[in-house]
Structures are given as structure tokens and as C-alpha cells.
Write a protein that binds this ligand. Structure first.
Ligand SMILES: [Zn+2]
Length: 245
């Protein structure tokens, strides 16, 4: 069972380093942006965690406790290795020195090899603040002579997933084939009943139908059934060409 951990990073038990840490402004952004890839990498034995920055509340049909229950459910559907919530303020998320130190502290304790942040262009101010905060915290996590918990540590890469509140046609740098993991992604999104199902028109096309069409469109671009797009600012380093479909 994966339950959302809300203790501050200084009180987190030291565990094996994570292979990937997906940092999300709100609970559900990780699932929407890269739930299929998360499930796929977990199936390959990777240690994948999600750090939600805020509770995501208030929303029209949600509450703090309901969102927590939904997040637990989604985490278990994905089979996450770790999930935490940093407790930063929803709707007012900002990149401050305090929030930078807090998120850098998570990185030092969790020691993720790779970070995943929201794509850097967005209409939602929380998403923009999250991206800036994650990049700055990544830099700070390697500082020495600080009061931050854990050892100095630098996540090797930061990549960007698409959870964009803008109707943009952003060309991705790569697309992951999630055809065999769409059902898990769909179920993990549906776990957030208060966000995607409650109070919405049940007549097709529903919001869930739209998510499926979107995944199918990314899949179409790589001749697969379903896909998820990613971006990188630095060139992607490959061991060889063997992983390219
Ligand atoms: Zn969001």
C-alpha cells in the first residue's frame, strides 16, 4: 500500500534512492501527464515516486480528506514506490527561498536519479511556479555546508511532462509507448472522482474520452495505440540506439 506521506523531509526515513521522482503542482497532475510511463517503469522494476506540492484544494467537488483518499487510491493503482505531499499552498504556489529549501530537502533525502517537472509553458500560475521551483531546488540540493537534511545530492536530469492548461501544439522531444498501460493510467485518473467525474456531463464525449483521444493521438505519431509526450531542455543522452522504436 502506498499512502501519502506528509511529514517534513527532515523526518523522512532514509530509504533506497528513487530512480524517478515526478513532482506535481497538484494531486492528479502526475497521473494526467505521465501515469502510463510511471506504470510502465514500475513494471520494469524501477523505483518511482511522486511528490505533490499542494493539496489541490479548494475545488468545486473536492475536500482535503477526499483528495487524500483519491490520491491514495491512484497511488495504489499505479503501485508507486513512494508518494508525499509537501503541503505548499494551492493557488498561491510560489518559488520562494523557503519553498526552494523545502523541495531541495526532499531531493536530498529521496535521492532521485531523474526528476520530472511540468512543461515550462502553461496558463496555470501554480504550474509555472512549480517548474521554476523544481529547477531551482534541483540546483540547491547539491549545496554543501547547509542546514538541509540528507547529503548533498544532484538529480542527474530534469525532464518535462505535459500537463498544460493551454491549447498548445508543443512538439515533444520523445513519446513513450504506453499502449499496454493505458488501462492503468485511465484507472489512476478515474480515482480522482471529485475532479474528473463528479458534476460533469456523463454524455460522451466525457472528459475521460478526451484524455483517451489525446493519448491515442500521441500514440498515432509513433505508430502505437497510446503514447505520452516528454520534453527536455538539454540533449537526451542515449546509451545506444537500441531503445528507439
Ligand atoms: Zn495542476
Amino acid at each position: 500500500m502506498t499512502t501519502v506521506i506528509t511529514v517534513p523531509p527532515k523526518d523522512l526515513p532514509v530509504t533506497e534512492p528513487l530512480d524517478m521522482l515526478v513532482v506535481a503542482p497538484h494531486p492528479d497532475d502526475a497521473e494526467l501527464g505521465m501515469g502510463g510511463t510511471i506504470a510502465k517503469m514500475l513494471s520494469l522494476g524501477w523505483r518511482v515516486g511522486v511528490l505533490d506540492l499542494t493539496s489541490g484544494e479548494p475545488t468545486p467537488h473536492g475536500s482535503e480528506s477526499l483528495r487524500r483518499t483519491e490520491t491514495d487510491r491512484a497511488s495504489n493503482i499505479l503501485g508507486l514506490s513512494w508518494r508525499g505531499n509537501a503541503g505548499l499552498p494551492n493557488r498561491k504556489l510560489q518559488h520562494t527561498l523557503e519553498s526552494r529549501e523545502l523541495i531541495a530537502s526532499y531531493f536530498r533525502v529521496l535521492r532521485p536519479r531523474w526528476l520530472f517537472a511540468p512543461y515550462w509553458q502553461d496558463a496555470h500560475p501554480d504550474h509555472l511556479a512549480a517548474t521554476e521551483l523544481i529547477e531551482a531546488a534541483r540546483f540547491w540540493s547539491k549545496l554543501s555546508k547547509t542546514d538541509m537534511p540528507g547529503e548533498r545530492f544532484h538529480p542527474g536530469r530534469v525532464f518535462y511532462y505535459y500537463c498544460i492548461h493551454l491549447r498548445l501544439a508543443v512538439a515533444p522531444n520523445w513519446i513513450v509507448d504506453i499502449s499496454d498501460f493505458w488501462d492503468i493510467k485511465r484507472a489512476s485518473i478515474e480515482a480522482y472522482q471529485s475532479q474528473f467525474i463528479a458534476g460533469r456531463d456523463p454524455q460522451p464525449p466525457t472528459l475521460m474520452d478526451e484524455f483517451r483521444v489525446e493519448a491515442a493521438n500521441w500514440g498515432r505519431l509513433i505508430h502505437r495505440k497510446y503514447g505520452e509526450p516528454f520534453a527536455t531542455k538539454e540533449p537526451l543522452a542515449l546509451e545506444s540506439l537500441a531503445g528507439i522504436l
